[in-house]
Write a protein that binds this ligand. Structure first.
Ligand code: NAD
Length: 288
């Protein structure tokens, strides 16, 4: 399918990324259908999209008319089978089997032209595609957080992804006003593989009691990073960040340079997932 033929976009997962991606497509003029296994995540996602777009209007980044149009273009479905679209993007938890099951269902319920994509941060696209009948129409389409603000989108070409699928996605990313970078399939692709060391090494510093969360964040910001590692993990979601590190660690056969942190495991176990849960390395119940 050519990029110009894509009119409707289905998004599975209304979490941090799914809602941001929905906003991006709706603002760019696409009809969006959003689905999540937890209905309350859909309503929370839609409310946050509205709030974010209102803030964009206040900042002069979006006109009030654009905001209203985009709001009208986003709808939700309460049954997976209603997601019949030109492009379907899965953006659920970072678990291979969950992603594979969703994509298999999407493939079954959609036309043989529909392009399927995953927003995975780390799982090799070829591995996800192993269960698909038509892996040639499937690729990685990796947005960054927050999706409306971040310009970069990684397009990941799996072993069976057809060149035409990649070309369509490149043109589509351009239509969204974003910049695509093509990566061949490898765990963590480009950005997340390099960025792993930012997190892993900072967590190790903390475990060794070399410096506090605040000190490490302040120092890293002062060297030019927009955010320190701990505030960034809180933004991403500590559970998601931990799953991504685990996935990359195992994909590289337990290479110690990617070893996940026990401290991070503890945060996940405690339900301290960062901003989305109100508490992570920082406390957002008191922080403005
Ligand atoms: P999140 O935890 O905020 O949201 C995940 C959503 O998936 C939840 O709402 C959950 O209910 C839903 N879900 C789980 N199982 C489902 C199923 N079977 N069917 C439908 N919905 C289901 O996670 P997130 O941060 O939005 O991450 C989603 C994906 O995006 C992951 O693959 C992650 O690696 C990737 N990603 C995350 C970031 C980030 O900074 N958080 C950045 C880029 C990519």
């Amino acid at each position: 399918m050519a990029a110009t033929a894509i009119k409707t976009v289905g998004i599975v997962g209304a979490g941090i990324m799914g809602q941001g991606i929905a906003q991006v497509f709706a603002v760019a003029g696409y009809d969006v259908l959003l689905y999540d296994i937890q209905p309350e995540r859909i309503s929370a996602g839609l409310a946050l999209i509205r709030k974010n777009m209102e803030a964009a209007v206040e900042k002069g980044k979006l006109s009030a008319a654009q905001k209203d149009e985009a709001n009208k273009r986003i709808n939700s479905v309460n049954d997976f089978r209603y997601l019949q679209v030109d492009l379907a993007i899965e953006s659920v938890i970072e678990k291979l089997e969950v992603k594979q099951k969703i994509l298999q269902e999407l493939e079954k319920n959609n036309s043989t032209e529909t392009i399927l994509a995953t927003n995975t941060s780390s799982i090799p696209v070829t591995q996800i595609a192993a269960v698909l009948k038509h892996p040639k129409r499937f690729a990685g389409l990796h947005f960054f957080n927050p999706a409306p603000a971040m310009k970069l989108v990684e397009i990941i070409k799996g072993a069976s992804t057809q060149e035409t699928t990649v070309n369509t996605l490149r043109a589509l990313v351009e239509n969204l006003g974003k910049v695509s970078v093509l990566a061949n399939d490898s765990p963590g692709f480009i950005v997340n593989r390099v960025a792993r060391h930012f997190y892993v090494e900072s967590l190790q510093l903390l475990e060794e009691n070399v410096a506090s969360v605040e000190t490490i964040d302040t120092l890293m910001r002062s060297t030019g990073f927009k955010m320190g590692p701990f505030e960034l993990m809180d933004l991403i979601g500590i559970d998601t960040n931990f799953s991504v590190t685990n996935s990359i660690y195992h994909s590289f056969h337990q290479d110690s340079k990617f070893r996940p942190s026990r401290l991070q495991q503890q945060k996940v176990d405690a339900g301290h997932h960062g901003r989305k849960s109100g508490k992570g390395f920082y406390d957002y119940t008191t922080k403005s």
